[in-house]
Design a protein around this ligand. Structure first.
Ligand SMILES: NC(=O)c1ccc[n+]([C@@H]2O[C@H](COP(=O)([O-])OP(=O)(O)OC[C@H]3O[C@@H](n4cnc5c(N)ncnc54)[C@H](O)[C@@H]3O)[C@@H](O)[C@H]2O)c1
Length: 493
């Protein structure tokens, strides 16, 4: 960015009235006034949900993409986090946007007139904000998962159709270079068309355990890990295959993060939270909010407003999400997926194998350790953590030098932000930008799995909603044409 444009981003008069707002110290009022040319040039964004994840978007808008974007409003149910977000603007050298409580969300849209709303709230509330923004004529961008239940999904599909406004779902995993490379190999036809996939995702006892501390530990907030976490993985498979899920059977249980396990680890009991835990010196799952400045500012210091504890005991009995899940998915192409997700493992990452008519693609990533809200890199890839190889039906395996990137989610977040915020992003042969159709296809697998956990029956994925069209995918290898006969003299791997 040029120095001139950097200056133009901050050289503006702000008309932000600081009101006591029921003693909450919120800044309320209209958007800052800008030169007319600047308003025309830059897209206006508002953000609802000002926790850990939103900071990436705020930094992108106020720093890296400030030539093209401006933040015109921020909103959250916690006034403390509204204030923290506004302070962050100042740290970015930007004029803090007006802040709003969630009860004033519609007023924020009316007063700040954003082109786009970015939704980074708790998963189960995404639908509410997406629908209200579309009804107000605003295009929307949402963090994954798009939503948590088929009913909420239907609301979004209906609002999208009714209003003609956009829903963009941010599937950052698609953008990480080694995963894009897998798509590239599958599109090339080197292993033919895919008949089945074996996919195993492991969460370790740092990142995995963290889901059991927070709002994620309640299905009413997150849909459980089948929705909250596996939405990434189901979307990857849907997109990698260019296919639509039709049936799901699944089993799920919670056996590790339980009160009984606390006792087996030698604790007297589970407790309410780490901050006040009488056994914190003995617990390998202890997390100190007070010791980490970011966690303290974002969560501990803001508890007074909403009573939300970020460090609840991972062994609490009221947790209702699973830690061990196995899923079988059938696709419209005939392909089948065998998937597992396990939240208490010794390493974090995944192994996947695509079994094709001309060979097999094996791919694995070991991720580095991550805890949300800290300096650790989310979805960062461990050194030499990517392995990819292609094995023809007969013949020697071909090791694949991985495409690489840096930063969160293996470099995927940065590429996704370019795609999102640049006015003319580069053409994308992989079609990584996802809308509500892909958002739905991924969460509906998770919702079907949740139902199958309870009923023990197979669930028809598409019947959970109506009016869901097929997502746009890049062309994949033909499933009916002639195939080369495997060479019977070739060396077997
Ligand atoms: N793509 C990724 O890799 C990735 C990574 C992390 C989080 N996420 C997603 O981002 C979203 C936010 O996650 P997070 O880690 O920042 O969580 P967080 O708990 O740190 O932040 C959530 C914020 O939403 C606010 N909030 C809750 N309910 C609200 C409501 N009804 N109205 C307004 N604000 C409300 C909370 O006060 C909080 O500030 C989630 O949907 C999560 O799944 C995606």
């Amino acid at each position: 960015m040029s120095e001139t444009s950097r200056a133009s981003g901050v050289d503006r008069r702000a008309f932000v009235k600081t009101l006591s707002a029921a003693g909450l110290g919120l800044a309320l009022g209209g958007p800052p006034a800008l030169a007319a040319s600047t308003v025309r040039r830059r897209r206006r964004y508002a953000i609802v949900g000002l926790g850990a994840r939103h900071t990436m978007y705020q930094a992108a808008i106020e720093k890296d993409y400030r030539e093209h974007a401006e933040l015109v409003g921020v909103c959250d149910l916690n006034p403390g986090r509204v204030a923290v977000a506004r302070k962050l603007s100042a740290k970015h050298g930007a004029q803090p946007p007006p802040g709003y409580l969630h009860t004033d969300f519609d007023r924020m849209l009316a007063e700040t007139k954003p082109d786009y709303l970015i939704v980074t709230t708790v998963d189960a509330t995404h639908d509410e904000y997406l629908v209200r923004a579309m009804e107000a004529g605003v295009d929307t961008i949402t963090e994954k998962p798009m939503t948590t239940t088929p009913e909420k999904c239907q609301r979004i599909l209906d609002a999208r159709r009714r209003t003609g406004k956009q829903v963009r779902v941010l599937f950052n995993y698609r953008y990480s270079p080694p995963r894009t490379q897998v798509k590239d190999i599958l599109m090339s036809g080197e292993i033919g068309e895919i008949l089945s996939v074996d996919f195993h995702w492991l969460l370790n006892t740092s990142h995995g355990a963290d889901y059991f501390r927070r709002w994620h530990s309640q299905k009413r907030n997150s849909g459980g890990l089948m929705i909250h976490k596996a939405t990434h993985h189901f979307d990857l498979v849907n997109w990698w295959l260019g296919a639509v899920p039709v049936s799901v059977s699944a089993t799920g249980k919670r056996e590790f993060y339980t009160p009984a396990m606390a006792k087996r680890f030698g604790l007297q009991s589970h407790h309410e939270r780490c901050h006040t835990c009488p056994e914190q010196d003995r617990c390998g799952f202890f997390m100190s909010l007070a010791a980490n400045p970011q966690l303290k500012e974002l969560y501990l210091d803001q508890e007074v407003h909403d009573g939300y504890f970020r460090d609840r005991c991972v062994f609490r009995p009221d947790i209702d999400i699973e830690d061990t899940m196995n899923v079988i998915v059938g696709y419209d192409t005939g392909a089948t997926l065998s998937y597992s997700l396990n939240a208490f493992n010794s390493w974090e990452g995944y192994q996947i194998a695509f079994n094709g008519t001309k060979g097999r693609l094996e791919h694995a990533i070991v991720e580095s350790t991550y805890v949300s809200g800290t300096d650790t890199v989310q979805g960062g890839i461990a050194d030499d953590g990517v392995t990819t190889r292609v094995i023809p039906l007969r013949g020697a395996a071909r090791p694949v030098a991985p495409w690489s990137g840096t930063g969160s989610h293996g470099g995927g977040d940065q590429i996704m932000l370019d795609d999102l915020f640049l006015p003319q992003p580069p053409a994308d042969p992989y079609r990584r930008a996802a809308d509500e159709r892909a958002g739905a296809c991924s969460i509906l697998i998770g919702a079907a799995a949740n139902e199958s956990f309870v009923t023990g029956r197979s669930v028809a994925v598409q019947q959970q909603v109506h009016g869901l069209a097929r997502p746009d995918y890049s062309p994949m290898p033909d499933r009916t044409g002639p195939l080369p006969m495997p060479d019977r003299n070739a060396r077997r791997t």
